[in-house]
Ligand binder design. Structure first.
Ligand code: ADP
Ligand code: MG
Length: 316
């Protein structure tokens, strides 16, 4: 795998406040990497240091092997970014804004301008003044701007802010396409776990300025998944059926939900034995089982909340 962003031993203080504490991170070409953490964790500070908007106190950052401090221009040629709010000229049209940026970034052809407009889905509004754009449209224009020069690394700080669910879905599809089909390394920051779960291949969790975990989404969910399995049963007589099941083994717990539903939990290492035996027991005792539904494992949101609480992070 080709390394895209490499951060080593990064430290930053604002006055006496130690805001980034020895942050290490490696991201790769072709992945959407989610930088997750509560407000005030240090996401924007890290991103500003990657793109040279803030100085580095201690540590190194490189983009595809180009040191951001020693080789700033070469490093930045490879980066497209939106930090905080995308800036554009309100009295110009979307197209004029892009043409202006195309002139600053060398080698951007008129064809490329059209290509990014289509990619972000702004074709039918691109000749309107930006002053008339919704926040979502401004975000799309910002993304188009960031992509003009074919960056190998795309960095977006909280890009879903102000987007409606349809806008978030569009953004997600665009970012995945860029990463998975064009090999771009996409770094997105967010405090919204549920969005990142759908958008990212891997996530790094930052809390109080420290990276506490870097994992694939699947690993992260699995690592916090409980070792207990839970099922919902839909039967003809829930109360009596639940009594029959819960008396079967002392490791089985649960409760009656309503007249026809009950919930049971048992250790996951007993699945092989219990799944068949409990059903046979119910069947032999004369109950009708209409359905058995596993209650799905924890989602990233739960994992994150759990980690945040364990880590004792202060949410600003
Ligand atoms: N220019 C600054 N001066 C002083 N403190 C700052 C400055 N920028 C950020 N901070 C502080 O650094 C911490 C991290 O902020 P930030 O990186 O913006 O967090 P995030 O983007 O994860 O919400 C916060 O405690 C914030 O108040
Ligand atoms: Mg921020």
């Amino acid at each position: 795998m080709e390394t895209a962003i490499e951060i080593r031993g990064l430290n930053k203080s604002f006055g006496k406040r130690h805001v980034l504490k020895d942050v290490n991170l490696t991201t790769y070409a072709g992945e959407v990497f989610g930088f997750l953490g509560p407000n005030g964790a240090g996401k924007s500070t890290t991103i500003k240091m990657i793109v040279g908007l803030l100085s580095i106190d201690e540590g190194q950052i490189s983009i595809c092997g180009n040191d951001v401090e020693k080789n700033f221009e070469d490093a930045m040629k490879l980066v497209g970014a939106i930090v905080e709010n995308p800036e554009s000229y309100k009295n110009l049209t979307g197209l004029q804004n892009l043409q202006l940026y195309a002139r600053i970034r060398k080698g951007v052809t008129p064809e490329r301008v059209q290509e990014v407009i289509e990619l972000v889905g702004l074709s039918n509004r691109i000749k309107e003044k930006v002053g008339k754009y919704s926040l979502g449209m401004k975000q799309r224009l910002g993304l188009a701007q960031a992509l003009l020069h074919h960056p190998k690394v795309l960095i977006l700080d909280e890009p879903t802010n102000g987007l409606d669910p349809a806008g978030i879905k569009t953004l997600r599809d665009i970012l995945k396409k860029l990463a998975h089909e064009e090999g771009v390394c996409v770094l997105v920051s967010s405090h919204m776990m549920s969005e990142m779960e759908l958008m990212c291949d891997r996530v790094g969790i930052i809390m109080n300025g420290a990276m506490v975990d870097v994992k694939t989404i699947d690993e992260l969910v699995a690592s916090a998944a409980s070792d207990t399995l839970t099922f919902h049963y839909y039967v003809d007589r829930a109360e009596e059926a639940f009594k029959t099941v819960s008396e079967y083994d002392e490791t089985i717990s649960g409760h009656v939900m309503d007249e026809t539903h009950f919930e049971i939990s048992y250790p996951s290492d007993k699945t092989d034995r219990f799944s068949g035996e409990l059903n046979r027991k119910l069947f032999e005792s004369g109950y009708s089982i209409y359905s058995i539904t596993p209650v799905t494992n924890k989602h990233l949101e739960d994992v994150f909340l759990q980690m945040t609480q364990e880590g004792g992070s202060q949410i600003a």
